[in-house]
Design a protein around this ligand. Structure first.
Ligand code: GAR
Length: 199
């Protein structure tokens, strides 16, 4: 199975995926890392691991459709079976999602359906929740709304700061995401309507 990982930033989840792959905990090929942000740390991590990289910047294309067509062309070239969004801070169009139906995963740093969007950790912390944590889910046309594969629960203590909470959530993400990817690779994830069954 060929995997492409999409990133826009520091790529700590990508690193966790690379490390899990090296340990043999993800039994698939990490074929391509796609980034819409040139010179992000994620690209450095990919290069260091010897993974092919692709930089596609939105500003270089007239429309979102053209921008995504360039990405899809490269995914086809690499025969990608699974797309893993790891801190990719762009919404994927409905057309793109439909072309890779049930083959795009995302990680979100809050317990969905709470605190969707780009500030999941901050929003949960400021709301005063007592438990939060990352969610791995399928990507559908609605943002952060696809069937949930795995979630990790993190207790928020009175001593926590937004930073300490972020650290705990990231640590959990780095365990959860490789596990979810390997479940997908093994064909153990079954979608039944809104629900996911791990078989
Ligand atoms: C992760 O915490 C991920 O959950 C979050 O971006 C971070 C990327 O970190 N994603 C979202 O907020 C998506 N809505 P990384 O680049 O170090 O993996």
């Amino acid at each position: 199975m060929n995997i492409a990982v999409f990133c826009s930033g520091s790529g700590t989840n990508l690193q966790a995926i690379i490390d899990a792959h090296k340990r043999g905990d993800i039994k698939a090929d990490l074929k391509l890392v796609v980034s819409d942000v040139p010179a992000c740390l994620a690209l450095e991590r990919a290069k260091k691991a010897g993974i092919k990289t692709l930089i596609v910047e939105r500003k270089d294309f007239k429309s979102k459709e053209d921008f995504e067509a360039e990405i899809i062309k490269n995914l086809n070239k690499e025969k990608i079976d699974l797309i893993v969004l790891a801190g990719y801070m762009r919404l994927i169009s409905t057309d793109f999602v439909n072309q890779y139906k049930n083959k795009i995963l995302n990680i979100h740093p809050a317990l969905l359906p709470s605190f969707k969007g780009t500030h999941g950790i901050k929003d949960a912390f400021e709301y005063g929740v007592k438990v939060t944590g990352p969610t791995v889910h399928f990507v559908t046309q609605d943002m952060d709304a696809g069937p949930i594969i795995l979630q990790g629960a993190i207790k928020v203590t009175e001593d926590d700061t937004e930073e300490s909470l972020a650290q705990a959530i990231h640590k959990e993400e780095h365990k959860l995401y490789p596990r979810a990817i390997q479940l997908f690779v093994e064909g153990k994830i079954k979608i039944e309507g809104r629900k996911v069954r791990i078989i």
